[in-house]
Design a binder for this molecule. Structure first.
Ligand SMILES: [Zn+2]
Length: 133
């Protein structure tokens, strides 16, 4: 089965697994920053690692370098509230993401940005993978 092959490959090469995971995070938002909507170039820890934040899907969001750098070690929700591009729908999306409800998070992001495009096929595939993990 393909599934066994994938597990084997991931065990053999953790870097491959990390890269796939990072890619899937960006894919959830159509490669756009969860805070400002610009192209996402990095993964941001909502709760910073310095405060015990884990590298899990719930705590990691796609972010542009500008937001990621500016936010630094602050709690994302407090930081986000002070930004000029603050949008309550995005704040709700970030909260839903933190709670692991990616489906709701993506719906809120789509609401915040009508031009937001995602590949539904990939999204469904990733979601089932996410639930299985
Ligand atoms: Zn940004």
């Amino acid at each position: 089965m393909h599934i066994n092959d994938a597990v084997f490959l991931e065990d053999l090469c953790p870097k491959f697994r990390l890269r796939q995971w990072r890619k899937s995070i960006h894919r959830f938002t159509g490669k756009s920053c969860i805070y400002c909507g610009k192209p996402s170039e990095s993964i941001d820890h909502v709760l910073p690692r310095s405060q015990g934040g884990l590298s899990t899907t719930e705590n990691c969001v796609p972010a542009c370098l500008s937001c990621n750098g500016d936010k630094s070690d602050e709690n994302a929700l407090y930081w986000y509230r002070r930004q000029k591009f603050y949008d309550p729908r995005r704040a709700m999306a970030i909260r839903a993401w933190l709670e692991g409800d990616l489906r709701l998070a993506i719906r809120l992001l789509q609401w915040a940005n009508p031009n937001f495009k995602i590949n539904n096929k990939n999204y469904e595939k990733n979601e089932s993978k996410y639930k299985a993990a």
